[in-house]
Design a binder for this molecule. Structure first.
Ligand code: MSP
Length: 644
C-alpha cells in the first residue's frame, strides 16, 4: 500500500443509527470533529472528515416496522434529519457515508471474502443469550436471574437464548498481536484511562466473535451464502475504509488511510479499540493512530433516555440561539474525556458570561470607539509602549498554548486560554481608558495605538476561535473590514500585527444577545427551578437588613485553595482596605476569570477560618443546581461603594 502523505489528517465520527432522530450526544461528537477539522485546515493540512449513518440491523428493522415503514424508508427520513442538523450546526464534513450504499456493501463483502479465504472467518454454530435492543450476545459472565433467564447489563431488558449457524471471526488469534500493538502504541486509545480499560479487557482473553446472523434480514448478505447477513458491527466499522474510497476511489483511500483519529463515545470503545484493530490486522491494513473516547452528556445529572422524556433535541437550542452558542458550550464546558451535565442554567451562564460579556463586549466597545473617534478607520498610531507590547507578546504565548491544546484535542483548555486572553484585552482597554484620551487632541496617536492594538488582538483571536464558533468569527472578520475569507488565513503564520493600518471597520451590532431562562421555557415546557419548590417566606425587619454592611469589592487576586475542588481564595479591595475571603465558587469560575471583577460582599460578617485561611467577608452568589453564579456589575463601580 502507498504510504500516507505526512500531512494527511483523517478524522471520523461514529456512524449514527437511524432507528431514532439525532440528539445532543450525536451533535457533540460531530462538533468536536468539525472544530478539529477546521483547525487543521487553517494550519494548511490536508484533512478528510467523515461522518454518516449505520443503517442495517435488527434495531432499525424493528423501529421501521413499528412505524409501518420499510427499513430503507426510515433510514432515508432519518438521514435527512442528520444532514439537516449538520447543516444547521455548520458541520463541514467531506463525505457522508451510508452503510446501505453499494460502495460500502461491496467493500464489506470483499473484506469478508478475503478473511474467509485466509481462514480468519470460519463457519460454526453459535448459541448464546442475545439482547435484541443492543444487538449483541451477552458476555458469559452475566449471571442468570432467578427465573432462569439473563438480563442485558447495558439496557436492562430481558435477553433470549439464540442458537444459529453462523460465521465466526478468529478474534482469539489476535489477543497477542493486539497486546503487542498496544504496548508499542500506548496512545492508541485515549484518554489514557481508556487504554488501561482496553488492555485489561484483552488480557482476560478473547473469544472468537460471531459476525453473521440468520435471524436478521436487514443487513449485507454474506458472499455466496445469502441466508446469512453480516453482523451490524462488522458492517459498520468498515465504513471508515469505504467512506474514503476503499475499493472505489483508491487514490483517496491511499492518501488518507490509516485514520488519524476515530472520535467515539466511551460506550463504543471496545468495538473500536479491540475488534476494529483485529479486523484490520486480519485484512492486513495499517492501523489507525488514535481512538479517542469522549464522555457522555447528561441532562440535569441523569442519563438522557426516551422513557424519561429528557432527551435534548439540538434543534430547539439552534432555533432559538443559533449554532455558535451551542458549539461553544459543548466544547467549553467539559474536558473531552469526561461526562458533562447539560442544564439550561449552565448554558445560559456560559453563553452570557463568555460570549455576550467578554467577547461580545470587546467587539462592541472597540469597534464603537473606532467609529466614534476615527470614523471607522485608524490610520496613524504612535510607537508601541510597554503595555501594548505585553498584549502582542501575550498573543504569541496564547498561540503556542492553544495550538498545543488543539493538537491534544483538549478543546476546553484551548478555549480557557483564549478567554483568559480576551479578558486581558478587555483589561488593557479598561486600564488605558481610551475614552479619556479621546478628549485630548494631542493624544490622538496614542488613542489610535490603543484601539489598533485591541482591534489587532481581536482579529487574531477570531482566527483562533474560528474552529469553534465559525459563524461568529466570520462576522467579526467582516466587521473588521477584512477582504479575504477567514478560512483562508494561515494559522501558523498568524501575528497580531497582521491588521493593516487604514482598514475600514464597520459599525458593530450585538453578536451574542444575552439569553434569558424564559427563552428556553417558551420552547420547552419546563418549570424554572425556583418555582418548583414551595417557598415559605420568613420576613426580616428593615433594621435587620440595615445591619448588614454590603459593599462592592474588586477582586485583585484569586487562587484555588490547594487540595479542594470548590474553594477559591481571593484578595478583594473594599475601598478602605484589602480583605481576604474564601468562597466555594471554583466549580463555576476559574481564578483568572474572577480577577478584575466587582462583586457584592458582606463585610461585617464574623470572620471564619476555612481550610486554615481566615476569611473576612463573604461574596454574594446565587446557587443554581449546586453551582455558584455570581452577580457582577454592568457598570464600572468604585470598590467600597455601599450596596443598599
Ligand atoms: N452505530 C453505532 C456506531 C458505529 S461506529 C462504526 C452507534 N450509534 S449511536 O447512534 O447509538 O451512537 C453514536 C455515538 O453517539 C456514540 O459514540 C455514542 O457514544 C454517542 N452518544 C449517544 N448518546 C450520547 C450522550 N448522551 N452524550 C455523548 N455522546 C453520546 O453506537
Amino acid at each position: 500500500m502507498a504510504k500516507k502523505s505526512k500531512k494527511a489528517f483523517y478524522i471520523t465520527t461514529p456512524i449514527y443509527y437511524v432507528n431514532d432522530v439525532p440528539h445532543i450526544g450525536h451533535a457533540y461528537t460531530t462538533i468536536i470533529a468539525d472544530a478539529i477539522t477546521r483547525y487543521k485546515k487553517l494550519l494548511g493540512e490536508d484533512v478528510f472528515f467523515l461522518t454518516g449513518t449505520d443503517e442495517h440491523g435488527q434495531k432499525v428493522e424493528k423501529a421501521a416496522k413499528e412505524k409501518g415503514l420499510q427499513p430503507i424508508e426510515l433510514a432515508d427520513q432519518v438521514v435527512e434529519r442528520y444532514k439537516h442538523l449538520w447543516k444547521a450546526l455548520h458541520i463541514s464534513y467531506d463525505f457522508f457515508i451510508r452503510t446501505t450504499e453499494s460502495i460500502h456493501e461491496k467493500g464489506v463483502q470483499k473484506i469478508f471474502r478475503k478473511l474467509k479465504d485466509k481462514g480468519d472467518i470460519y463457519k460454526g454454530i453459535y448459541k448464546g443469550w442475545y439482547c435484541v435492543s443492543n444487538e449483541h450476545y451477552l458476555a458469559d459472565d452475566v449471571p442468570l436471574e432467578k427465573g432462569g433467564y439473563k438480563m442485558c447489563p447495558d439496557c436492562g431488558t430481558k435477553a433470549n437464548i439464540v442458537s444459529e449457524d453462523c460465521y465466526f471471526f478468529k478474534l482469539s488469534a489476535y489477543q497477542k498481536p493486539l497486546l503487542d500493538f498496544y504496548a508499542k502504541n500506548p496512545n492508541f486509545a485515549r484518554p489514557p484511562s481508556r487504554m488501561n480499560e482496553v488492555i485489561s479487557f484483552v488480557k482476560q482473553g478473547l473469544k472468537d466473535l460471531s459476525i453473521t446472523r440468520t435471524t436478521v434480514k436487514w443487513g449485507i448478505p454474506v458472499p455466496d451464502d445469502s441466508d446469512h447477513t453480516i453482523y451490524v458491527w462488522f458492517d459498520a466499522l468498515h465504513n471508515y475504509l469505504t467512506g474514503i474510497g476503499y475499493d472505489w476511489n483508491m487514490e483517496n483511500f491511499n492518501k488518507f488511510w490509516p485514520a488519524t483519529v476515530h472520535l467515539i463515545g466511551k460506550d463504543i470503545l471496545r468495538f473500536h479499540a479491540i475488534f476494529w484493530p483485529a479486523f484490520l490486522m486480519a485484512a492486513e491494513f495499517p492501523l489507525p493512530e488514535t481512538v479517542f473516547g469522549h464522555g457522555w452528556w447528561l441532562k440535569d445529572e441523569t442519563k438522557m433516555s426516551k422513557s424519561k422524556g429528557n432527551v435534548l433535541d439540538p434543534h430547539i437550542i439552534l432555533k432559538t440561539f443559533g449554532a455558535d452558542p451551542l458549539r461553544y458550550f459543548l466544547l467549553r464546558e467539559i474536558p473531552i474525556g469526561l461526562d458533562g451535565n447539560f442544564s439550561h442554567e449552565g448554558f445560559i451562564h456560559r453563553v452570557n458570561s463568555d460570549l455576550a460579556n467578554d467577547l461580545g463586549n470587546l467587539v462592541h466597545r472597540t469597534l464603537t470607539m473606532i467609529q466614534n473617534f476615527f470614523n471607522g478607520k485608524i490610520e496613524e498610531i504612535d510607537e508601541e509602549e510597554g503595555k501594548d507590547k505585553k498584549l502582542r507578546l501575550g498573543f504569541e504565548e496564547l498561540k503556542e498554548k492553544s495550538f498545543k491544546f488543539y493538537e491534544e484535542y483538549a478543546l476546553n483548555k484551548a478555549l480557557e486560554e483564549i478567554w483568559a486572553y480576551i479578558r486581558s484585552v478587555n483589561k488593557y482597554l479598561a486600564d488605558n481608558e481610551p475614552w479619556k484620551l479621546a478628549k485630548d487632541k494631542s493624544k490622538k496617536k496614542r488613542l489610535g495605538r490603543i484601539l489598533y492594538q485591541a482591534t489587532a488582538a481581536l482579529r487574531a483571536i477570531s482566527c483562533l476561535l474560528y474552529p469553534v464558533i465559525p459563524e461568529s468569527s466570520e462576522k467579526i472578520w467582516d466587521l473588521l473590514g477584512e477582504e479575504n475569507p477567514i478560512s483562508d488565513v494561515s494559522l501558523s503564520g498568524l501575528k497580531i500585527e497582521d491588521l493593516k493600518l487604514g482598514q475600514i471597520t464597520k459599525k458593530p451590532y450585538p453578536l451574542f444577545p444575552r439569553i434569558l431562562l424564559k427563552d428556553f421555557l417558551k420552547e420547552e415546557k419546563i418549570q424554572p427551578v425556583s418555582s418548583q419548590k414551595e417557598e415559605k417566606m420568613e420576613y426580616i425587619t428593615f433594621d435587620e437588613f440595615k445591619s448588614m454592611d454590603l459593599r462592592v469589592g474588586e477582586i485583585l487576586k484569586a487562587e484555588k485553595v490547594e487540595g479542594t475542588d470548590k474553594l477559591i481564595k481571593m484578595e478583594a479591595d473594599i475601598g478602605t482596605e484589602t480583605r481576604t475571603i474564601v468562597a466555594g465558587v471554583a466549580d463555576a469560575y476559574s481564578p483568572e476569570e474572577l480577577v478584575g471583577k466587582k462583586v457584592v460582599m458582606i463585610v461585617n460578617l464574623k470572620p471564619a477560618v476555612i481550610r486554615g485561611i481566615e476569611s473576612k467577608g463573604m461574596l454574594l452568589a446565587a446557587e443554581v443546581e449546586g453551582k455558584a453564579s455570581i452577580p457582577f456589575f454592568d457598570k464600572d463601580i468604585p470598590p467600597g461603594s455601599k450596596v443598599v
